[in-house]
Design a protein around this ligand. Structure first.
Ligand code: ZN
Length: 251
């Protein structure tokens, strides 16, 4: 795959756009690849605005201590695919010479079935890292039943919610609440439950359901500002998404 058209997503991208414009045609509509410039949140935003487009991520740090192109080895698996600004020229050289591969990550989705103005409704959110049910009020736990592949695993979980993470998000929020990670498939972790519940690593093609029993909650995907309000009686179905994210790994 030859890369000729690029676009840069993030905050304060003017300088980076100029650097890329020296080597690639800047094309906002149909780039061959998208550059995410910023932190982890920028990658999630870039995937939302350019779903499925090959992406390469740069952190805005001028000292390299975190990427595979620099002198020092990786700290943490999740940062393997993120490069730093100090390695920009080196990275651009590799992009132009085709010295990369594209890693595919299956995303995760959640469909909420809810009542609005007395009518049944449904809406799906897709996450690159994760989709989650979160209590809408920090002082009140949400109560929900949780089922996996047709089997009800837990009745009336009382806690802050549940996170269903993709492999891409294995070291993000999922890790923060479960202190665990995984190297294939998906992970399900319960957020601060009253009674401890171990994380679940469901089989491929899983279908999980949460039934809200008490209190209000929100369905959230990544850092997407669009949330879905959930009430008692609403249901959320979690499953692997058909969508894949494509992440450029330089070689
Ligand atoms: Zn670097």
């Amino acid at each position: 795959m030859r890369l000729t058209k690029a676009f840069v997503v993030g905050r304060h991208t003017q300088r980076l756009k100029r650097v890329f414009a020296r080597h690639f045609k800047i094309d906002m509509r149909k780039p061959d690849f998208v550059v995410s410039y910023g932190g982890d949140g920028t990658i999630l935003y870039a995937e939302r605005t350019y779903p499925g487009f090959p992406k390469i991520a740069f952190r805005n740090s001028s000292r390299c201590k975190r990427c595979l192109l620099g002198a020092t080895p990786k700290i943490h698996k999740a940062t393997e695919k993120v490069y730093c600004e100090a390695c920009l020229e080196n990275a651009i050289g590799k992009l132009k010479r085709g010295k990369f591969k594209i890693l595919e990550f299956q995303k995760v989705e959640a469909t909420a079935f809810f009542t609005k103005n007395g009518r049944r409704n449904s809406k799906t959110l897709i996450g690159l890292n994760d989709v989650q049910i979160h209590n809408s009020n920090h002082f009140h736990a949400v109560r929900f039943d949780f089922c996996l592949d047709g089997v009800c695993l837990e009745k009336e979980i009382i806690g802050d919610g549940v996170v269903v993470a993709s492999l891409y998000g294995a070291t993000a929020y999922f890790h923060a609440i479960s202190r665990k990670t995984f190297s294939k498939g998906f992970g399900i972790a319960f957020n601060n439950p009253l009674t401890p519940i171990r994380p679940i690593f469901p089989k491929d093609g899983f279908k999980a359901e949460a039934h809200i029993q008490r209190r209000n909650a929100e369905l959230v995907a990544d850092n997407n500002p669009e949330m879905i309000a959930l009430r008692k009686g609403d249901k959320v179905v979690f499953r692997p998404s058909k969508e894949k994210a494509r992440i450029i790994q330089l070689q």
